[in-house]
Design a binder for this molecule. Structure first.
Ligand SMILES: [Zn+2]
Ligand SMILES: [Zn+2]
Length: 264
């Protein structure tokens, strides 16, 4: 069933033009030294949204914005490399509210079969919502939609669409999935997991090799590809080469602070 939810913006002075995505963390499994696992900051005009909140994200996020500026958080699944800092973020919301920097609870959307059993403890400061793939959530002027992916646990991909028609799709974790290709169709930017090298193809399920990531980008006809959720071994440039065999558009390897923006 289609449904619409509108998130009220926290009252802070902000103002970013166009839609911009910043990589906060991009490592799979655990963060490299002084780095973070999955976390992406999406900004548009008055709106600041965090996509995933893995290990190390909360600290590194403060290189980009003040935590009180966050309006909402979307979490693709509850594996620690996407979720570990969410409870620390709850304490941040609590303290920032108590010292007068936040004026309303932080909305946290989680894709999980039982979000009520998660260990958030302070509903006055963090409002936890289940992500429903039939639902649209609007934060500021940006519309968020969702699509289940193929992974070890329930996981969803996220699409952000601006009123100007720009779209950014973030895969979360996924294996090769025709439904996801359709969901990502014609996105201006696809932030896509690329957990493995081609030599590992078929050895792991619920994740993509770089070649598969390139294939997804080509089939979806996206404008730009960022490879992320990168492994702790091998040469990452090899991932870019392998994706490039299947996708001829622009490809970048995620790194901390990488920004992609479409100005108006
Ligand atoms: Zn996962
Ligand atoms: Zn992961």
């Amino acid at each position: 069933m289609d449904a619409q939810i509108e998130v009220e913006l926290n009252d802070n002075s902000k103002g970013w033009n166009g839609m911009e995505l910043t990589v906060i963390g991009y490592w799979g499994a655990f963060p490299a030294k002084n780095e973070a696992t999955s976390g992406y900051l999406l900004r548009h005009k008055e709106c600041a949204v965090l996509l995933d909140c893995g290990s190390g994200v909360l600290s590194r996020l403060q290189n980009e914005i003040e935590l009180e500026q966050l309006d909402a958080v979307f979490i693709t699944h509850t594996h620690a490399d996407h979720f570990a800092d969410a409870y620390a973020l709850e304490f941040a919301a609590l303290v920032l509210t108590q010292i007068g920097k936040r004026t309303q609870p932080l909305d946290v959307y989680v894709y999980d079969t039982a979000p009520e059993s998660l260990h958030f403890a302070y509903p006055d400061y963090v409002r936890v919502h289940a992500i429903d793939t039939g639902q649209t959530v609007t934060v500021g002027e940006v519309m968020f939609t969702f699509q289940e992916t193929i992974h070890e646990v329930p996981c969803c991909a996220i699409k952000a669409t601006s009123p100007e028609g720009q779209s950014i799709v973030y895969s979360g974790d996924t294996g090769f999935c025709p439904g996801f290709v359709e969901f990502a169709s014609n996105a201006d930017l696809l932030v896509l997991e690329s957990s493995f090298y081609e030599v590992q193809k078929g050895m792991m399920s619920g994740h993509l090799t770089a070649g598969e990531a390139g294939k997804v980008a080509r089939l979806a006809g996206v404008g730009h590809l960022i490879l992320t959720h990168l492994p702790h071994y091998g040469e990452h440039q090899q991932l870019k080469l392998e994706a490039g065999h299947n996708y001829k558009g622009p490809i970048e390897l995620a790194h901390s602070g990488l920004k992609w923006s479409l100005q108006l």
